[in-house]
Every structure is written in C-alpha cells, then in structure tokens.
Design a protein around this ligand. Sequence first.
Ligand code: PEP
Length: 256
Amino acid sequence: MSSPMPRARKPVIAGNWKMYKTQQEARDFFAALKPLVAAAGHCEIIVAPPFTAIGVSAEAVRGTAIAIAAQDVYWANEGAFTGEVSPRMLVEAGCRAVIIAHSERRQFFGETNESANRKVKAVLAAGLTPILCVGELLAEREAGETQKVLEQQLRGSLAALTTAEFSRIIVAYEPVWAIGTGRTATPEIAAEAHQFVRNLSARLFTAEDANSLRILYGGSVKPENIKGLMAQTEIDGALVGGASLDARQFATIVNY
Ligand code: PEP
C-alpha cells in the first residue's frame, strides 16, 4: 500500500452493491475484505448492500472502521407505504449512511430532486449521513448543460437545508455516461465538476462548509484509475459500483 498525501478533507471510499449479493455472499465478502483494509486509516470506508443484506453486513463489520449504508430510503418514519423502508429502520439495522438519488433511482424509479430533498432531510433527522448523487446525462454534457443540470439537482435536493445540516452531507458526482459503462471521466473533467459543486455550495451555504464538503467521484472507478482520480485535490473519494463487488478490487481502491 502506498502512503497517500495528507489531505484537507478525509477521503471516503464507498461501495454500492446495487442489486447484488445474498446474505451469505455478503458475509463472504466482508470476511475477505476486513484483513485487506484493516490498516486503512487514511479514508472512511462505506459499503451499501441491498436492504436484505444490511443486517448481516452490519454484524460482519462490527468493531471495524467499515460503515454500512443503504442504497435508498423513504422519508416517513412509518406508515402505509408498501415496499418502503424508513430512516429509523435503517438506523436499527446498523446503517450509518444512505445513498440518495442514485442515477438508477432517477432513471428507473422516478426519483426527483424534490423526493431527494425529502429523503436528505429525513436521513439527517435520523442521524444518518446522506450521500447525495448528482450527475449529468451524456446528451446534457454534449449540449453544454452539465453545470446547469448540477445546479438544478443541488438546489432542488438541498432546498431549505440549514448550514448545520449541509455540513453533514456527502455529495457524489456521478456523470451518468460513466456509470457501469467502463468509460471514466478523466480526473480533470471530474475535478472541474467537483469545483463547480463546491463553488455553488459556497453560494448556497457558507464558504467554510463548502470547503469541508466531501465530494466523491463515481463512474467506472477501478483499481487501475483510482490513483489518477485521487491525485486531484478536488476529488475526496469515490463511489464505486461494479468494482465494489469484489473484495480484492475494492480493497485495492481503498488502499489507493
Ligand atoms: C455506481 O453505482 O454509483 C457506479 C458508479 O457504478 P460503476 O462503478 O459500476 O460505474
């Protein structure tokens, strides 16, 4: 493992398993991952299993520095909302964070900036860390609309947050054209978007909060490209999909 340079913001390497892994597969994954990342004090490690594997995953990482996240949430505490899971249920199951508004939720399940905003607030109220995903489609990038899209997503999803609440969130910049496609944004393209997110955050909240905000890059992050991405001071970590399913690959990314 290399020894990364000290950074202003503690990096976060988060894995999003999407709809992969049974409970037994989750146990096997953590048994393999734990020794490989035991010495990784330079970053926070988060893994987001599907709902059914959250309990066994939380049990498997007990006593380690690995935190468990959910991939989605509903904003009410309880109620007649068939199929949904509330923030306090996630807390009880052992979650510490929640991915909100992943592009697959936006694309396939009707997530909007308004619903994302309700989820961010509910998650914060439950004491969990929201990992808010933003990112443009390929057509939007090609039309020169990346910043406009990011601004709409951030303004909508962060509406009416106090600065104290904002200081507890993590943002993941995930250009949709780079997710699961093997096509990574160059470190420069990612850093430019991150800079935009940070500058906008300073306008919406305070310069100090914007400066402390962790902005993760997501989109085909692999062991081969993590070093180049993390060499950008604007990139505070990664949200990893496919490569987070393999303990060795994920550990290599954590130990970039
Ligand atoms: C993701 O699921 O957020 C993601 C970035 O996926 P992948 O790393 O597979 O592109």
